[in-house]
Design a protein around this ligand. Structure first.
Ligand SMILES: NC(=O)c1ccc[n+]([C@@H]2O[C@H](COP(=O)([O-])OP(=O)(O)OC[C@H]3O[C@@H](n4cnc5c(N)ncnc54)[C@H](OP(=O)(O)O)[C@@H]3O)[C@@H](O)[C@H]2O)c1
Length: 314
């Protein structure tokens, strides 16, 4: 009989109600892959709605690949190396963003291409490290790669208290930007503590009355917040969204970017450097046992949080 493990799996496309904590086959690492004994994993709002979570394509035209294991962020220990997997040894502590068209980390074991793994930041425990890859890389790639952020620029972050927004605020501040953020009023002190010098309560105030000449708007909210952002951008500024492609108004002199985060070892190493220099701390709303992952995904859809929800695997 092949080896088995405990895992959370979805057998039919849907929401948290489709997830089951059950026994599953333990995966084998393929060529260039590493088998990771998962210590902690973390979960993202909207993940169970993505085509990539349930099919072999990103765009709604794919073939189902059920049963699936959700959760794309892992921190753990190398348990086995596939052929030609280089750069790691059994026992190394590692973390990473699992490519979206593969099974995730809500399980005792997962496989991941060695080329997208990085050494776990030494000062973080596994739960903290698991909270970093997806949201941290989204912040890094959006600000630096897509937004072209440079020291001294002005950034407005929509959703500064959220899973991704809490990283965007910290990374932008660490890179020398002046950061304003929208957040619920109760989150003001939390978001200031992340490095924002101005926090605008989106429930009572309009950000366009309070900020202007912004170099980069980072949108983690979409909708009305996104479409009103053109008013605050300077000519040549950038609206970077991770929610939906922005529609550029006819006479706008700003540019729009929509992107999907990519697994990226170099980006993880940049995040590790920020962590180890004390300028980036993953914010964890709470940690729950792996068996409670279905409840945690349900909570993502309805509860207010500060930072990420992490699954404790072992
Ligand atoms: N494209 C990509 O690569 C990528 C990567 C990661 C995530 N995403 C997507 O990005 C979105 C955000 O993810 P997340 O994990 O950061 O979600 P999250 O943890 O739910 O954070 C969203 C934050 O926005 C706040 N918010 C809600 N309405 C707002 C408004 N009108 N103005 C300002 N803030 C508002 C929420 O506050 P309350 O809690 O008070 O409502 C919450 O703090 C999700 O749709 C996710 O799927 C995309």
């Amino acid at each position: 009989m092949s080896a088995i493990m405990r895992a959370v799996r979805g057998h039919r496309r849907g929401g948290p109600e489709q997830l089951r904590y059950e026994v599953a086959p333990k995966p084998d690492p393929g060529s260039g892959e590493v088998l990771v004994a998962v210590r902690a994993a973390s979960i993202t709002a909207g993940e169970l709605g993505w085509d990539a979570t349930w099919t072999d394509r990103f765009d709604g035209t794919g073939t189902p690949r059920v049963p699936i294991v959700p959760s794309k962020e892992v921190s753990g220990v190398v348990a086995e190396l596939g052929q030609e997997a280089e750069g790691f040894a059994v026992g190394d502590a590692v973390y990473g963003l699992i490519p979206f068209l593969r099974d995730g980390a809500a399980a005792e074991y997962t496989t991941i291409p060695a080329e997208v793994l990085a050494a776990k930041p030494p000062s973080l425990n596994h739960q903290q490290a698991a909270a970093l890859p997806l949201a941290g890389l989204t912040a890094w790639q959006g600000l630096v790669g897509h937004g072209g952020l440079t020291r001294g620029q002005r950034v407005l972050v929509h959703g500064g208290a959220g899973g991704v927004g809490s990283f965007v605020v910290q990374v932008a501040a660490a890179l020398g930007a002046t950061v304003a953020a929208t957040a619920a009023g109760a989150d003001e002190e939390f978001v200031r503590g992340l490095g924002a010098s101005q926090v605008i309560d989106f429930t009572t105030r309009r950000f366009e009355d309070e900020v202007k000449d912004v170099d980069l708007v980072f949108d983690t909210v979409g909708g009305d917040s996104q479409s009103r952002s053109w008013q605050v951008l300077r000519p040549g500024g950038a609206l970077v969204s991770i929610v939906a492609p922005p529609v550029v108004p006819e006479r706008s002199a700003a540019r729009a970017v929509f992107f999907v985060v990519e697994p990226d070892r170099a980006g993880l190493e940049e995040l590790t450097a920020l962590v180890e220099s004390g300028r980036l701390t993953p914010r964890i709303d709470r940690t729950v046992p792996l068996a409670e992952a279905p409840l945690a995904y349900a909570a993502l859809e309805r509860e207010h949080r500060r930072g990420k929800i992490v699954l404790q695997v072992s």
